[in-house]
Write a protein that binds this ligand. Structure first.
Ligand code: PLP
Length: 386
């Protein structure tokens, strides 16, 4: 009997352990993991430094209420602020919670100014989470069905269309919420020129720019944050997934001026930023630096991109290969699911982003040989399914 609610279409596989970029199922079959817990296992599995840091923290203190000062939380906030150029951080436990915090902060910021601006504009095909606020912000109807009434104050515009954005900005507009690269929605890149134009529009109209980097942040795209590649700084930034390397933690960062609108009692989270999750996040950031993982993401990302393009040249069923760093999608002219199943049977775990896009998200420390191995497996699977 299955006592779980049926919320996931699970693969027919039970993973029981991992090491680096590899995982094993309950029958001791080994797989190359190019899913990484959906962009979560930043350092791969069982990284010795993570194991050591978490064990030491568990032996010291797992949790401490936010009623007290938590030194590692302060250290993590300071590091993330230094890296992002933002002023202050709030910690929670997931991407959806980070975006909920961002939406609340944006509204409170305008409330504090006596302004009636409340509307959040986001992009079609975006994904921002499954809380009522964040599924409403999400630009995909499928996540909303059956959950009305949805909260008011959200509208959507197509990505990479500045005119569409201009046409909806009015006196009610508070913020624009965008993923610099849409992960779940199909690996769709927001053009640098578009993001620069959005920043300009926000400045002209007094709107806040909020980047959802829950999937793209913490090195996934080859820079610590994807927004760096467009040279555009947000007013609010959200992170989760890869931040804890597998331990749940989310973060919402904002400029000092915006962050000032959250005072005691305006927002909170029992578990948010506890000593264990902050230890995990600090370890992720340390290892990214110590092991020069941003350089590895760029090199392996390029290797993967070029390798996929070479496969595309042989198999026209691949319509386009796109992405940044180690968040790469191959858009197919057919459904991705059968190919994903074949890859799994051949020992490679990959996932989809929408029905037709194959998505690859290896750990940031994946090796050159592992990327080669994944490419060989994919080519073999493509050949077989021809
Ligand atoms: N935002 C983005 C860009 C995401 O990709 C996701 C999850 O896929 C979320 C938000 C929601 O994160 P979580 O599942 O941790 O709530």
């Amino acid at each position: 009997m299955n006592a779980l609610m049926n919320t996931y279409a699970r693969f027919p596989l039970t993973l029981v352990r991992g090491q680096g970029s590899r995982v094993w199922d309950d029958a001791e079959n080994c797989y190359l993991d190019f899913i990484s817990g959906i962009a979560v296992d930043t350092l791969g599995h069982a990284h010795p430094k993570m194991t050591q840091a978490l064990s030491a923290q568990a032996a010291t203190m797992l949790h401490c209420s936010n009623l007290f000062h938590i030194p590692k939380q302060q250290q993590l906030a300071a590091t993330l602020c230094a890296d992002s150029g933002l002023g202050a951080a709030f910690f929670c436990n997931s991407g959806a919670e980070a975006n909920e915090a961002a939406i609340k902060l944006a509204r409170k910021y305008f409330y504090d100014q006596g302004s009636s601006r409340r509307t959040v504009i986001s992009a079609t095909r975006s994904f921002h989470g499954r809380l009522l606020s964040t599924l409403t912000a999400t630009g995909q109807d499928k996540v909303k069905v059956g959950f009305d009434p949805l909260p008011p104050g959200f509208i959507h515009v197509p990505l990479n269309d500045l005119d569409a954005l201009k046409s909806v900005i009015n006196q009610q507009s508070a913020a624009i919420l965008l993923e610099p690269l849409q992960g779940e929605g199909g690996v769709n890149i927001a053009d640098a020129a578009y993001l620069q134009g959005v920043r300009k529009l926000c400045d002209e109209h007094g709107l806040l720019l909020m980047f959802d980097e829950v999937q793209t942040g913490i090195g996934r795209c080859g820079t610590m944050f994807a927004f760096e590649q467009a040279g555009v700084k947000p007013d609010i930034l959200t992170l989760a997934k890869g931040l804890g390397g597998g331990v749940p933690i989310g973060a919402m960062l904002a400029t000092d001026a915006v962050a000032a609108s959250f005072g005691p009692g305006t927002h909170g989270s029992t578990f948010g930023g506890n000593p264990l999750s902050c230890t995990a996040a600090l370890t992720v950031l340390e290892v990214i630096e110590e092991e020069s993982l941003l350089a590895n993401v760029k090199a392996r990302g390029e290797q993967l991109m070029q390798g996929l393009k070479a496969i595309q040249a042989r198999f026209p069923v691949i319509k386009e290969v796109r992405g940044q760093g180690l968040l790469i999608g191959a858009e197919l002219s057919v459904e991705a699911a059968p190919l994903i199943a074949q890859a799994r049977e051949a020992g490679l775990l990959v996932l989809s982003a929408g029905p037709n896009v194959l998505r690859l998200l290896p750990p940031l420390n994946v090796s050159e040989a592992e990327v080669d191995e994944a490419l060989v497996t994919l080519a073999t699977v493509m050949e077989r399914t021809q």
